[in-house]
Design a protein around this ligand. Structure first.
Ligand code: GLN
Length: 453
């Protein structure tokens, strides 16, 4: 197929099916066809890279020059960035065809994709089911085969959790592996962009494009990027996999537990050696995250003041009124909740009690992983506590929603890479196996995931 044919095929699917799922905020028909035509010309000249001409979508958190980038917020509903994110630029240089921007939770805050200003996303596995979040649009688009690959971001689970709930593959790389330049900030010490695709092999090809040092991102790490596809077929003989006992507690849904244990058996058949490990501070990861992430979000989102760019209220009376109303009208409820929690936790007098304490807990969580990786090469467990849940079932209880990320958040706090891959079904719905690796072990994670698939 030519790239133009492929692009048309996916554009048609989006046009006929996306009214059901609402996975896209923007579809770039015209520019996608132009990019596809250019890619076909590049292929004809024999100057094609592996992704030249392949359609994909960006989560609407990555700045795309000349194309609306909303972060699913009223605040940025009309924002057209004057520059590309580094990730966007790299896909362009590879000749990939950006077909649109996917829906998400507002400013990437959420686990169900119900907080988008552009309406909730529906999981293709069931009309009444959430796709997970915050990268729910990318995951739903993949599951409905509206697109073969999509970018996503993960601050506390937002790549892996929606991938698990929609039955696709999602990798959160090591913090610093993928540039954050032009990726709209939520919690800067946790945010990391990564690939979402059907398989680990596709994710490896995407990571080849996305990974690498960026001098324009101060936390980007200057380390060699291996060819992530080069080691996919290595065998798993002797690979040491740890099962954290805290991830398999008695209160874990028994069907979920059985399904993940069956997946681990498969890895064992492939040659892996399984042993128990302990991550004793796991229970502190959600509380620590929900101090640190809101604290950083309250600082990052202070730039949306109605003055420089983004939403501005009508007829402000004075500067104070301009700030207050622009922010009250421009942000949704969950974003406001986070800004208030974060501002409180950072205020004089509470800083030591909450923020500093959370940072100390973060170090304990990281140290748990460092100790575990002395004994094992990978850590395995469920990605989520349950399969996809019903729309609306957790929106009135933020704490229940926050607990959705109980298995994913600790890796962000530690800065480690982790993948979620489809591991069968529970109650007829997909569940994810999570594989967590040591720093910069994306190649090993992808290798194990590929062998499993
Ligand atoms: N669900 C988590 C939150 O709401 C994580 C979101 C994310 O990873 N962006 O903060």
């Amino acid at each position: 197929y030519s790239s133009v044919e492929l692009t048309r095929y996916f554009l048609d699917r989006i046009q006929t099916l996306d009214s059901k799922y609402n996975a896209f905020i923007t579809v770039c028909e015209e520019s996608a066809l132009a990019e596809a035509t250019a890619a076909d010309a590049r292929r004809a000249k024999g100057d094609a890279a592996p992704w030249t001409g392949i359609p994909f979508a960006h989560k609407d958190i990555f700045c795309t020059e000349g194309v609306a980038t909303t972060c699913a917020s009223k605040m940025l509903a009309n924002f057209v960035p004057p520059y590309d994110a580094t990730v966007t630029r790299k896909f362009k240089e590879a000749g990939a065809v950006c077909i649109g921007k996917t829906n998400m939770d507002e400013f990437a805050m959420g686990s169900s994709n119900e907080s988008s200003f552009f309406g909730k996303v529906i999981n293709p596995w069931g009309e009444n089911l959430v796709p997970g979040g915050s990268s729910g649009g990318s995951a739903a688009a993949l599951a409905a085969r509206l697109i073969p690959a999509a970018t996503a971001t993960d601050t506390g689970g937002s790549i892996r959790q929606p991938a698990a709930l929609c039955g696709v593959t999602g990798l959160k790389p090591t913090y610093g592996r993928v540039s954050r330049l032009g990726m709209i900030a939520f919690a800067s010490s946790l945010d990391q962009g990564g690939p979402m695709a059907r398989t680990a092999e596709d994710a490896a090809m995407m990571l080849n494009i996305m990974a690498g040092y960026d001098p324009l991102d101060s936390t980007s790490i200057d380390q060699n990027v291996p060819d992530y596809t080069g080691t996919l077929n290595d065998n798993l003989e002797g690979l040491r996999i740890g099962l954290p006992k805290e991830f398999f507690r008695d209160d874990l849904n028994p069907k979920m537990k059985a399904q993940i244990e069956a997946a681990v058996k498969e890895l064992e058949k492939l040659g892996a050696k399984i042993k128990e490990v302990s991550l004793p501070h796991t229970h502190l990861s959600v509380p620590a995250y929900y101090v640190i992430a809101p604290a950083e979000c309250s600082a990052n989102l202070s730039r949306f003041d109605g003055v420089r760019y983004g939403y501005r209220c009508e007829h402000p009376e004075d500067l104070e009124d301009l700030y207050t109303r622009s922010r009250s009208e421009g942000f949704g409820d969950e974003v406001k909740r986070r800004i208030m929690i974060g501002t409180y936790a950072l205020s004089a007098g509470y800083y030591d009690a909450y923020y500093r304490k959370a940072q100390q807990v973060r170090r304990l969580i990281k140290n748990d992983f460092v100790a575990a990786f002395n004994d094992v090469d990978l850590i395995a467990g469920p990605t989520t506590p349950t399969p996809a849940f019903a729309s609306g079932s957790k929106t009135d209880d933020p704490v229940q929603m926050y607990l959705e990320d109980i298995f994913t958040i600790s890796t962000n706090l530690a800065g480690l890479p982790a993948i979620s891959i489809p591991a069968g079904e529970v109650n007829g719905l997909p569940v994810g196996l999570q594989l967590i690796g040591n720093y910069f072990s994306e190649a090993r994670i992808l290798n194990a995931a590929h062998q499993f698939q």
